[in-house]
Design a binder for this molecule. Structure first.
Ligand code: KIV
Length: 278
C-alpha cells in the first residue's frame, strides 16, 4: 500500500500526539528509499551544497541547484510532504522576489512547502509567502546561512537574553503563519520551553528530545559524510567505509582479472570461429 501524503495541517495535528520525523534528501534514489521507510517529511536542504555539491558552506547554493535536486526528490518520493529549502539571498531581497522564488519550488519542483532561515528579520517575508498560498517552515537557533553573524557554527540560546529572544522569534514565526519550526542547536531546556509555548510543532536538530519531531541530514545519519560529524548526530550506519571497501574490492577484482567471471557474463551458444570467419 502507498503512503498517504501528509499535509501541513496533518503535521500540525501531530503535535502532542505523535513524534514527527523529517530527513534531508537530494536525489530520486534517496527520496524513494526514505519514502518507503515511512519518513513523515522530506527536506531538500541547502545542506545539498556541502553534502553533495562539495561547497564549504551553504552560502553558494543557487535556486537552480535547489530546483534541480528538489525535482529529482519529488520524482522518487511522490507521496511524501516535500519541503524546499530557500537558499541564501533567495528571500531577503524583497517580498516579491521571495514569493517568486518560493513559487518555483511549487511550480517547477512539485514541493509542498518551503523553509526559510531566520527569526524576526524573516517574519514579514514568511507572512507574504504564506499569504501567497504557500506553506512555510521556520528555522531558528543556529542558522547556517548566516553562521558568520552568529560567531560560527555554535549552540544558540545559552544565555537568558538569547534564550528569551529565541522564544519571541518562535512566537513571531507562528504568528506570521509558519506551520512548523526547525530548532537547530539550542539547549534542550530552551527547546522544551519553546515547544510548550507555541501551537505549531518544533522539529529539533541538536534541540533535544522534547521537540515535537526530529530532523537530521541523511548523509550524517548514514555515516556517508566524513568531513565533520556534529556532536548531536547519531550515526545509524557507517556507509562511507562500506562504500570505500566495496569499491576497493571491485577495483582489485578488475585488476586481478577475476571480475566478471562466468556468473556475470553472457555465454555464447554459437562457435565464434564460425561467426567471425571471413
Ligand atoms: O539544509 C538543511 O539540511 C537543513 C537542516 C539541517 C534542518 O536546514
Amino acid at each position: 500500500m502507498q503512503n498517504m501524503k501528509l499535509t501541513p495541517p496533518d503535521i500540525v495535528a501531530m503535535k502532542g500526539d505523535e513524534k514527527i520525523t523529517m530527513l534531508t534528501a537530494y536525489d530520486a534514489a534517496f527520496g524513494r528509499m526514505l519514502e518507503s521507510a515511512g519518513v513523515d517529511m522530506l527536506l531538500v536542504g541547502d545542506s545539498l551544497g556541502m553534502v553533495v555539491l562539495g561547497y564549504d558552506s551553504t552560502v553558494p547554493v543557487t535556486m537552480a541547484e535547489m530546483i534541480h535536486h528538489a525535482s529529482a526528490v519529488r520524482r522518487g518520493a511522490p507521496n511524501t510532504l516535500l519541503i524546499g529549502d530557500m537558499p541564501f539571498l533567495s528571500y531577503q531581497v524583497s517580498n516579491a522576489n521571495a514569493i517568486a522564488n518560493a513559487g518555483r519550488f511549487f511550480k517547477e519542483a512539485g514541493c509542498d512547502a518551503v523553509k526559510l532561515e531566520g527569526g524576526f528579520e524573516v517574519c514579514g517575508v514568511t507572512r507574504a509567502i504564506v499569504d501567497a498560498g504557500m506553506p512555510v517552515v521556520g528555522h531558528i537557533g543556529l542558522t547556517p546561512q548566516t553562521a558568520g553573524k552568529l560567531g560560527g557554527l555554535k549552540v544558540q540560546g545559552k544565555d537568558a537574553d538569547s534564550a528569551r529572544r529565541l522564544l519571541r522569534e518562535a512566537k513571531g514565526l507562528e504568528e506570521a503563519g509558519a506551520f512548523c519550526l526547525v530548532l537547530e542547536c539550542i539547549p534542550d531546556g530552551v527547546a522544551q520551553y519553546i515547544t510548550d509555548a507555541i501551537s505549531i510543532p518544533t522539529i529539533g536538530i541538536g534541540g533535544g528530545v522534547h521537540c515535537d519531531g526530529q530532523v537530521l541530514v541523511t548523509h550524517d545519519l548514514l555515516g556517508m559524510f566524513e568531513k565533520f560529524i556534529p556532536s548531536f548526530v547519531k550515526q545509524y550506519a557507517s556507509l562511507a567505509p562500506d562504500i570505500k571497501n566495496a569499491v576497493a574490492d571491485f577495483n582489485k577484482d578488475v585488476k586481478d582479472g577475476v571480475f566478471p567471471d562466468a556468473t556475470y557474463s553472457f555465454s555464447l551458444k554459437l562457435d565464434p570461429e564460425e561467426i567471425f570467419k571471413e
